[in-house]
Write a protein that binds this ligand. Structure first.
Ligand code: UD1
Length: 424
């Protein structure tokens, strides 16, 4: 199993090209199920999760081609198979995003329940309740979601509904948004998630002929249409990858230009990084981040966009581990998302986690150690800590990193990090 070895203490400086957003690419790929015409996605990242989504959609019967050189994904043809099997869904929870499109276009879907996940229980009840409100009949058996639209209902077509989410959910908003584009009548999604990836999805759907109002707000109105056509859509930059590199640069006292990134995509992360002592400037070809002087402890609480992203919590904690003063980090989106805490502690961080909050008391220096990756963002927080640590760190189980970061060791080495992937 691959490991990553980092020798800390090098200041990072230079330019890093930010890839297309993983969390936009996955729902965008599911739009291929809404039409028979070709959907072409450009700026597609070469990530393990994107490959998993490609396999899933291909086994539904579509042609899926991912050309890594030109960064294009082509999705073409009609679905002939409506089951998303456990073997693929268990690898990636976002597989649930095929449910809404399959139901909307074909009136049937059988999708394995995603099951447990390292960062909390993460149910899918909001997805299912919304689809039921749109007329789907859903039952759960042997670990599968069986969903159909009764033939007697508008010839097997979902119907528009007013759906009020009791809790903000990115995935449920995306699933219901896609489903509603082909439903009969108007759907309202109230208390919808507002993440930039949802705006990207809505814009792609509009370019396919969908009628959506309120894009970018927490209230989406979708007037269903009879069919959607193909499109070519450029995936927006990955704000989590960019934020990760901003923390990596800052912890080394460095300066990076995050190419292709725009500040508005960061939401509250910009303010928190600035308060911590990191300059963030929008330039023509990207965002420049530069550590001014020392780092200061800053309190953050994770929230739906535009609040501080839960996917940036672990990386920010690594930064706070060497800041002056204390920082209180509160996780409100997922339970059990502090798995990086004991690993950071092995590197000398002083962190006290209790329930959904962690107090980080900055230390002068971290020290390298062998550590274990537990989930995607937790693993990258260990790399960030290692960049500033004295001595050598090896991060084990790096397959987690490959789910969401493309060639991370090459990108960091390119701006001066002493980092290498050790095979086997
Ligand atoms: C997406 C992102 C993930 C990010 C998360 C929150 C993708 C592929 N993944 O995940 O990286 O960390 O948003 O920004 O885009 N919930 C329910 N019932 C549901 C659905 C969700 O209770 O039916 C709860 C979850 O357990 C969680 C909260 O709602 O506590 C938010 O989850 P959600 O926004 O749905 O996250 P994902 O879409 O899975």
């Amino acid at each position: 199993m691959d490991r990553i070895r980092i020798r800390g203490g090098r200041r990072l400086e230079g330019r890093i090209a930010i890839g297309g957003a993983k969390n936009a690419a996955l729902p965008l790929m599911a739009t291929g199920l809404l039409t028979q015409a070709p959907v072409i996605l450009t700026n597609a990242p070469a990530l393990a999760d994107v490959a998993t989504m490609g396999h899933l959609i291909a086994q539904h019967g579509l042609t899926v081609e991912h050309d890594r050189d030109s960064r294009r994904i082509l999705l073409d043809g009609a679905a002939t198979q409506f089951e998303a099997p456990y073997d693929l869904v268990r690898k990636m929870r976002a597989s649930i995003l095929v449910l809404g499109p399959l139901l909307a276009r074909y009136g049937q879907a059988r999708v394995s329940l995603p099951g447990g996940c390292a960062i909390g229980t993460r149910p899918v009840d909001l997805h299912l309740k919304g689809l039921e409100q749109m007329g789907a009949v859903i039952d759960l058996d042997s670990g599968y979601i069986n969903a159909t639209v009764p033939k007697g209902q508008n010839g097997g077509r979902l119907k528009g509904a007013r759906i009020l989410f009791p809790q903000v959910s990115v995935g449920a908003t995306e699933n219901l948004l896609m489903a509603a584009t082909l439903a009969e009548g108007t759907t309202q999604l109230i208390n919808a998630a507002r993440e930039p990836e949802i705006t990207d999805l809505a814009n792609c759907l509009i370019s396919m002929g969908a009628r959506i109002e309120g894009v970018g707000s927490d209230r989406l109105t979708i007037h269903g249409v009879d069919s959607l056509h193909g499109t070519t859509h450029a995936i927006l930059p990955d704000r989590i990858e960019a934020g990760t590199f901003a923390c990596a640069g800052a912890i080394t006292g460095g300066e990076l230009l995050l190419e292709g990134m725009t500040l508005d995509l960061f939401g509250a992360c910009t303010r928190s990084l600035r308060e911590a002592g990191v300059e963030m400037i929008q330039e023509e070809d990207g965002v420049r981040t530069r550590r001014l002087n020392g780092l200061h402890g800053v309190d953050v609480m994770t929230e739906p966009f535009p609040g501080f992203a839960t996917d940036m919590q672990a990386q920010f904690m690594a930064l706070m581990a060497v800041a002056e003063g204390a920082s209180m980090i509160t996780e409100t989106i997922f339970e059990n998302r502090f798995m990086h805490v004991p690993e950071l502690a092995r590197m000398g961080a002083r962190i006290n986690a209790h329930g959904s909050s962690a107090i980080v008391r900055g230390v002068k220096r971290l020290s390298g150690a062998p550590v274990m990756a537990t989930d995607l963002r937790a693993s990258v927080s260990l790399i960030i800590a290692a960049l500033a640590a004295e001595g050598e760190t090896t991060v084990n189980r790096v397959y987690h990193l490959d789910r969401g970061y493309e060639r991370i060791e090459e990108k960091l080495a390119g701006v001066g990090a002493d980092i290498a992937r050790l095979q086997g």
